[in-house]
Design a protein around this ligand. Sequence first.
Ligand SMILES: Cc1ncc(COP(=O)(O)O)c(C=O)c1O
Length: 388
Amino acid sequence: MTRTLPPVRLHINDRFDPSDAYGDAQRAVIGPDARIQARETITAWPGYAPTPLIELKGLAEYCGIDRLWLKHEGKRFHLKSFKALGGAYAVQRLLGEKAGGDAGDLTVCCATDGNHGKAVAWGAQQAGIRCVIYLHAHVSQGREDAIAAFGAEIKRVDGTYDDSVRQAAADAETNGWTVVSDTSWDGYTEIPSWVMQGYTVMVAEIMEQLGPERPTHLFVQGGVGGLPAAVIAPFWADWGAERPRPIVVEPHAADCLYQSAVAGRLAEAEGNLETLMACLSAGEASPLAWQILDHGTAAFMTMDDDFVRQAMTALAEGHGADPKLVVGESGSAGTAALLAMKDQAEHRAALGLDAGARVLVIASEGATDPEIYHQVVGQTPETVGEAA
Ligand SMILES: Cc1ncc(COP(=O)(O)O)c(C=O)c1O
């Protein structure tokens, strides 16, 4: 069945109250000590450096807002996505738990749309342990090659991302492997909580980089919800009512977070999961992430893939004096959402997205599949000429 949808759908979350405190349910997933531990561990990794927070004055003016900051995760280690912070950190935590046991016997596995699997493979390679990565039918060859380059064994699964999650879990059970997943399910929460705790290092950097500035709005994209939950949690815990209003962004085709918000409980995506934003192609939300998103998200929106093409091109060209930036398909979704709002007067009013708005977007990946990037933008990542 084809669904005819408007270019943008917006759902204002009536369970969000800016004056609500960050509570026990949220702290159980991402607590203050867990954030400190993740930061101490990850900042000690060789090659660690904070990724840049870039102000885009030209694009802000074009979008009719006051300020726009973009956190550029394309610069995250050599993996080019924020996912490096989660998967590799969880592998390291797992090895820590096994200290005293024989970690060499450990095999880790997971399903992925691309970036999480690369992070787990990277962590496993550094630890010298075996890694098996499950890819669903729509993961591109470029992304498979990038994961295999970290020494992982690849298994292809017919079907969707969610099918590959189930296959990885079933094979792990049969073979005695450990699943290092970025999504959670009933009875499986500890490892995905480590993954999300690793992501929070990005927010610690943002808070330092912002100094005294306070964004009013945050556009952050979600797949299973781990990224938005990990970005929302530290702002909520540390800034309380002063935190930016979070708007969680998904493709029309993979709208499990939007549908969960509308239903008021975890619900599956209604779209067919086919989207250019390949890393957001999740049909089922992570229950652990939902523990934060349910009350922590001011609004949920979904949009056409076309806005992502516009955003990738706009970032590559640079508006006015803005720098040229290489941001991938899923990475551009937050910026695309802001562009999508440009002509949506009613939605803008509902969000308070006016000329005084100060917006933070998370560019969660660089050109993690250079061939697809080239097809969309019409230039290779190299010819865009992003400043190093
Ligand atoms: C680049 C990028 N952005 C956003 C996401 C969404 O993250 P999550 O599924 O944790 O919500 C992913 C997930 O793989 C990703 O790779």
